[in-house]
Design a protein around this ligand. Structure first.
Ligand code: FAD
Length: 655
């Protein structure tokens, strides 16, 4: 079983305050502001790369807190968790530690789009993250609120280029300097909370918003384009007041699949996992929503909310007369609360109670904490480079919800990458990028910096053109090797394991390719499999493994000497075989994109005087977004194929 000695919150607090007294006027390589999903990954990644790192967050006890749903992963999001883990990030291992209900979503589809997901114990998750941060060398944690960013004005030889030099903390105006600062303030930037007709400043229930000074620096001094978004959370319900026998039982997978490539099992034993339950709204729910509309100011705001995680008010108003799903999910192994996924709402608390009681299992339910909405400022992410650095401010990196995304996994992925690049900058190493041909993290960052956001951005498998190659099962091979050899954020232990896997898979694939038999002989060997007739009379083991009915174990029992040594990889080999034809076909397209990604566009080009044939509109787009590569330019909205050809010619000439 997975075991680990976790510190108590008290010991974490003691350590943090001991550091705090030594901080004044210290110089760090990297300062990370905010201890949410982006901030914790950023701080840990920066320290792994080798930077002396300071993580400052408003409250120690909320470091690693799950603000909303106690779950991790899912379709598209599970891929991000696997990739974060492959880069030695925290959330995959934290998920294995805190998971209390594991399931692979989308199993009816191919393994490329399976979504590993787990319901989590909130407290276990937070404790694991805090414990990891404590044991990370070169990382100091400080409780405090950052009041202001310290930035220098642009120099005459670098017009428009500010440079960050550190932070100023609230209470005592303590200054801390650093070469790089990563801002990960989530929903806290100019945050306002909404319930019924009441609005109060806040970043999350029980937490104050980020100080006005921070927003002021971003908007007024750095002149960054900002926008406003919103999200919401459901009421938490007292478990013993719910009649779960009236809902449909959804058990977890019998054998929990860990997120982390380093874990063979999860902390929670299979039989200790808790079930979820499914129920539905009734016409009564719609009635309460409509009757309370005039008392619900959040729903009337123009601000964009998360389209794929809408409030019950939005669902009912958009699709009247329908039944909507409500998942009743445990909040922890011993928690007294249930999380009703699908019932995010912002009406007055007494109406929230009336609404939930219209749902049969919740007829006598009691609310522990009412649902609420939050609105916050975000920075338009097209102002960032693919390293997540603000293009106009050297050393300032942004990650997470502040970039207009929603979700823990999206935040954690950006955090890790911003932390890596912040550390590399501080240590005078060149920035690193991830292409959309090699990872979902690359897709996420590319979408943000090239296309921007008009509503809270979340990951889907459909966003990744090369999803059959970017599978959850092979994230280690795609990223752990690069993470160690080129990026510097992966431990040698993980690297050695990824190498072992890579070499074993290569040997196994070679062994399968070498097993060349006539179709007739394969039929004799596998009588229950319908091996088709075709022109080529011989087939190798790889081609046979592509048949639905054939498992690696079946082939290993036919050729035990050659194939049994690799049986630990049987599922991965089956998946490799199934996707090989498709991945081979996509290779050409991936190569083309990789080539374009390697053609850098200088950041100081004057697009208006470029001596090539480009329309004024295209010049304006290029000037506004300043794509860093030709590949990024191709994905800007409004770019024409002709403009790309001219730009390509120009890049080739100037090389
Ligand atoms: P956060 O997790 O918000 O962390 C920000 C951190 O920064 C906090 O620790 C805060 O204390 C700290 N901080 C802020 N300002 C300062 C400062 N000046 N100085 C020091 N520290 C500071 N996601 C979904 O996918 N689906 C949902 O339905 C959903 N609903 C949500 C509902 C609510 C009410 C909230 C609050 C969030 C919701 N989310 C939802 C979003 C999810 O919580 C975030 O996407 C995710 O937590 C973002 O991670 P982050 O690291 O960017 O920010």
């Amino acid at each position: 079983m997975l075991t680990k000695k976790l510190p108590t919150l008290q010991s974490f607090q003691v350590l943090v305050s001991r550091y705090a007294s030594q901080l004044a006027h210290q110089q760090y390589d990297v300062i990370v502001v905010g201890g949410g999903h982006a901030g914790t990954e950023a701080a840990a990644a920066a320290a792994r790369v080798g930077a002396e790192t300071l993580l400052v967050s408003q409250k120690i006890q909320t470091i690693g807190a799950l603000s909303c749903n106690p779950s991790l992963g899912g379709i598209g999001k599970g891929q991000l968790v696997k990739e974060i883990d492959a880069l030695d990030g925290l959330c995959g291992r934290a998920g294995d530690w805190a998971g209390i209900h594991f399931s692979i979503l989308n199993r009816r589809k191919g393994p490329a789009v399976w979504g590993p997901r787990a319901q989590l114990d909130r407290q276990y998750y937070r404790e694991f993250i805090q414990s990891e941060l404590l044991s990370t060398p070169r990382l100091t944690v400080l409780e405090g609120s950052v009041e202001e960013l310290l930035v220098t004005e642009p120099k005459p030889d670098e017009p428009g280029q500010h440079r960050v030099t550190g932070i100023r903390l609230a209470n005592g105006s303590q200054l801390v300097s650093a070469s790089s600062v990563v801002l990960t303030t989530g929903t806290f930037l100019a945050g306002s909370l909404f319930v019924g007709q009441t609005t109060v400043p806040g970043g999350r229930v029980g937490d104050a918003p980020s100080s006005a000074g921070l927003s002021h620096t971003l908007k007024e001094r750095l002149r960054l384009r900002m926008g406003r978004l919103r999200t919401g959370t459901p009421p938490r319900i007292v478990k013993e007041s719910v009649d779960l026998s009236l809902a449909v039982l959804h058990p977890p997978d019998t054998n929990p699949t860990p997120f982390s490539f380093l874990n063979k099992q999860t902390r929670c034993k299979p039989e200790e996992q808790l079930p979820c339950h499914l129920t539905y709204t009734t016409p009564g729910v719609e009635k309460v929503v409509k009757e309370s509309l005039h008392l619900n100011c959040h729903i009337h705001q123009d601000t964009k909310g998360p389209r794929y995680c809408p409030s019950i008010e939005s669902r009912v108003l958009r699709f009247p007369g329908r039944q909507h799903q409500v998942w009743l999910e445990p909040e922890g192994l011993t928690s007294e609360l249930l999380y009703p996924q699908g019932l995010s709402m912002t009406m007055p608390p007494e109406m929230q109670l009336s609404l939930i009681r219209e749902i049969p299992p919740l007829q006598r339910a009691e609310i522990h904490t009412p649902g609420y909405g939050v609105q916050y400022d975000f920075v338009c992410p097209t102002q960032l480079s693919p390293a997540l650095q603000v293009k106009s401010t050297q050393g300032l990196f942004l990650a997470g919800q502040i970039n207009g995304t929603t979700g823990y996994e999206e935040a954690a992925a950006q955090g890790l990458w911003a932390g890596v690049n912040a550390a590399r900058r501080a240590l005078s190493m060149p920035p690193v990028t991830l292409s959309r041909t090699e990872s979902y993290i690359g897709v996420l960052i590319d979408d943000l910096v090239c296309r921007g956001v008009t509503e809270p951005y979340r990951m889907f498998t459909s966003r990744a053109e090369f999803r059959t190659a970017l599978r959850p099962d092979n994230a280690d091979l795609r990223l752990s090797l690069k993470g160690f050899e080129e990026v510097g954020c992966v431990s040698s232990e993980r690297y050695q394991e990824a190498l072992r896997v890579k070499n074993s898979l290569a040997d196994a694939l070679a062994a399968l390719q070498d097993l060349t038999l006539s179709r007739h002989n394969w039929r004799k060997m596998l009588p229950d499999v319908h091996i088709s007739d075709a022109k080529n009379s011989v087939l190798n083991g790889m081609a046979v493994l592509q048949y639905n009915q054939v498992s690696y174990e079946m082939l290993a029992s036919c050729f035990p000497e050659v194939l049994c040594p690799f049986v630990e990889f049987s599922q991965r080999l089956k998946i490799e075989a199934v996707y090989k034809p498709h991945c081979d076909l996509q290779k050409k397209e991936m190569d083309r994109i990789q080539k374009e990604e390697s053609m850098f566009l200088p950041q100081d080009i004057d697009y208006f005087s470029l001596p090539v044939s480009l329309s004024q509109e295209v010049r304006e787009i290029l000037d506004r977004f300043r794509p860093s590569t030709l590949g990024a330019a191709t994905r800007l909205q409004g770019m024409t194929p002709a403009a790309i050809v001219h730009l390509l010619k120009y890049v080739k000439q100037t090389k």
